[in-house]
Every structure is written in structure tokens, then in C-alpha cells.
Design a protein around this ligand. Structure first.
Ligand code: PHE
Length: 373
């Protein structure tokens, strides 16, 4: 009896004095582990005579639970101490200045492309893409520009050097590879792949060997294509007007449609947009050469040539439609007021932080497609 009392006092004292969690765990194993001293005493119960067990059982059980309780209490105390220490060391000084804001911004070209996708999605257009390394057939021939067509000369095309073995007379013109000079080959690819009816825009990079303040060897276009039954020039005009008013976010946009020529549209229409001078006076054609006034040539368009529809494998007596091609960089310059196209591609961080957009400026028709004030 006295032995058990002594044992209990010893155990509780040791537990009380355990310096840390590891020492406490060692004591737990020493007393209550499988080979532990108290566990050993518990095992002797089995060999006792029933009367003795009736006396010793409660005593030993009492010893065991008193020890287990003491260990649990001490363990909780250690855990609380640790938590307190961590809370004390992990303070957050809310008076410190905020960290640097992120430096990146959305390039105006990407922003404008997102704006266009938003506007045209509302008109039922989906976004299509095509390769920048294109073959001659898609870029020219299928767009009604045969090998000898004079319009090819206007494109200042970058051609790839070709393996001589490919240059048999039959395939040379059509398989010759080039950097696409416009997004119009996506018209062909989309029609061949999906057939009609179709309503797509195709944004992307295009390349021409040309360079000055308003021309860079790489620039961006968005192609539009609608093919359906009974589509006419009125649909084209309405679509362009609706698009430009949404894009410039003003109702007083004036369009000037001029007869023009593209091999892949007939008739062809070139579209200029008029804007207002600083006084808010509407500027129409006529004084177009005065500084700050006039028309900006913005896009080429027209009714898709019957031959193009046939090249894409459709029956031009059944299907017709319109197409247009817009310079994205020009749209960005006009809307956001940059005057040198070359700066778009210099990668100058000062330019980007001045003209770039926050990634949070998602264009939406409800909030305004150009979110920046
Ligand atoms: N592809 C023409 C260009 O790059 C633009 C255009 C597209 C014209 C579609 C008419 C129809 O100049």
C-alpha cells in the first residue's frame, strides 16, 4: 500500500517537474508504455487471488488514471505555452507601409483585342485563330490572288527559304511558306473546317516588310467573317457601325465608306472613321488634312467574293456574306492616344506603365469596354 502511494507521489512529482514535452513523453513511456512500470503492475492483477484483486484493482486503476491525467494536464500546459510563444513572435505590424504594387500591366494591343472579343461576342461571333506561318494557298491563292495577281506585290511578303526538292512546278506556288500578311487566311481555314453558316472574328499577328512611324514589320489585325444565306451590304454596314460605336463608346462616330478593291471581296469597301476636334465640333471630310482633324483609315471590308466561297468548298449560289479586316494597333492608337506605332513593340517599361492596363480592367459591355477612365 505504502509502496503504491510512494510510487504515485514520485510519478506525479516527476511529471510536474518535466522540463519539456519530450521529457514528458519519456515519462509517459516509463510509466504507462507497454513495458512501463505501472503497466507492469496492472499485469500482476491477473495472477492475484480474487479477494486480493478486489482490493488492488481499484488502487492500481486509480494510480494509472491519476498518472494519465497528470500527464495530459502537463501536456496541455506545454501546448498552451508553445501557442503563446508563437503568437507573441508572429505579430503583424499593420502600421508598416504596404508592399510594392505589382509592376506588370496589360499591353494596349491585348486590351483592345479583349475589347473586340467582348463586343463581337455580344453580336454572336466566336473567336477563331490560324497559324502565323502560313502557306501560299491560304494567304493568297484561295483569297483569289493567283500566282501572277498584281495585288500580291502590295503585300511585301516575308517568304521562307524553301527546300529545293519541294519546288516542283506543280506545288511550288501553293506550298511555299510565308509569314501571313493578313488575317484573311483564317477566313479560308474556318470555312473549310466548319462550313457555313459562320460568324467569327480572328485576331492575331501579321507581317509585312515595312517600317516607319505608322508601319512595323509585325502588327495586329482582327478579321471578321459572316457567311450565311441572304447576307447583304446593309448587314456589313450595320455591323461595322455597331462595332465602332461600342468600341469608341460614343454614339457620334461617323463612318465614311469608300469603294475600294480587294481581290477577295466584291464589292469592296474601305472604311474611314471621323472623330471630333478638341472643341467637340464634329469634323467631317474636307478639312481632313488640317492637323488634329479628319478621317482615319481604319479597315478594309466587302462582300466575300464568290470565288473565295468556292475555293473554301461552298456553293456561292447558296452562301454569301461579308468580311472585314481591322488594324488593332490603329484602333488602340486612336482610342488611347498614342502616336508612334513603333513604341508598341519597344518593350519600354515607362511606355508600358503609362499606356498599359490593370489586369482588373476586364472589358465588359455593361461597365464599358475600355475600363480605364
Ligand atoms: N486583308 C485585308 C488587308 O489586310 C483587309 C480586308 C479583310 C479587306 C477582309 C477586306 C475583307 O488589307
Amino acid at each position: 500500500m505504502t509502496d503504491l502511494d510512494q510510487l504515485k507521489t514520485d510519478a506525479l512529482t516527476q511529471i510536474e517537474n518535466a522540463p519539456d514535452a519530450a521529457a514528458l513523453e519519456a515519462l509517459r513511456i516509463e510509466f504507462l508504455g507497454k513495458q512501463g512500470s505501472i503497466s507492469g503492475l496492472m499485469k500482476t492483477l491477473g495472477k492475484m487471488a480474487p479477494e486480493e484483486r478486489q482490493v488492488q484493482g481499484p488502487l492500481l486503476n486509480g494510480l494509472r488514471s491519476a498518472t494519465a491525467d497528470a500527464i495530459a494536464a502537463r501536456k496541455e500546459a506545454f501546448e498552451n505555452e508553445e501557442l503563446e510563444a508563437r503568437l507573441a513572435s508572429e505579430t503583424l505590424d499593420l502600421t508598416l507601409p504596404a508592399p510594392d504594387v505589382p509592376q506588370g500591366s496589360v499591353h494596349p494591343v491585348s486590351q483592345v483585342m479583349d475589347e473586340l472579343a467582348e463586343i463581337f461576342a455580344d453580336l454572336g461571333f466566336s473567336v477563331a485563330t490560324g497559324p502565323e506561318i502560313e502557306d501560299d494557298w491560304h494567304n493568297f491563292t484561295a483569297l483569289n490572288m493567283a500566282e501572277t495577281h498584281p495585288a500580291r506585290a502590295m503585300h511585301d511578303t516575308f517568304y521562307f527559304l524553301q527546300d529545293r526538292a519541294d519546288q516542283t512546278l506543280d506545288n511550288a506556288p501553293n506550298t511555299r511558306m510565308l509569314l501571313r500578311t493578313h488575317t484573311s487566311p483564317v477566313q479560308i481555314r474556318s470555312l473549310v473546317e466548319h462550313g457555313a453558316p459562320i460568324r467569327i472574328i480572328a485576331p492575331g499577328r501579321v507581317y509585312r516588310s515595312d517600317s516607319d512611324a505608322t508601319h512595323t514589320p509585325m502588327f495586329h489585325q482582327v478579321e471578321g467573317l459572316v457567311i450565311d444565306r441572304a447576307i447583304h451590304l446593309g448587314h456589313l454596314k450595320w455591323t461595322l457601325e455597331t462595332f465602332l460605336k461600342a468600341f469608341f463608346e460614343r454614339e457620334d462616330i461617323v463612318l465614311r465608306l469608300r469603294p475600294s478593291y480587294f481581290p477577295f471581296t466584291e464589292p469592296s469597301v474601305e472604311v474611314d472613321v471621323g472623330w471630333q476636334d478638341v472643341d467637340g465640333r464634329r469634323v467631317l471630310g474636307g478639312d481632313g488634312d488640317a492637323p488634329g482633324h479628319g478621317w482615319m483609315e481604319l479597315l478594309g471590308s466587302g462582300m466575300v467574293n464568290r470565288r473565295v466561297i468556292a475555293f473554301a468548298g461552298l456553293d456561292p449560289d447558296e452562301w454569301q456574306g461579308f468580311a472585314f479586316g481591322v488594324g488593332v494597333d490603329r484602333l488602340a492608337m486612336l482610342k488611347y492616344g498614342m502616336d508612334d506605332l513603333r513604341a508598341f513593340f519597344d518593350g519600354d517599361r515607362r511606355w508600358l506603365s503609362h499606356y498599359g492596363f490593370s489586369p482588373f480592367d476586364q472589358p465588359t459591355l455593361s461597365a464599358g469596354v475600355g475600363a480605364r477612365a
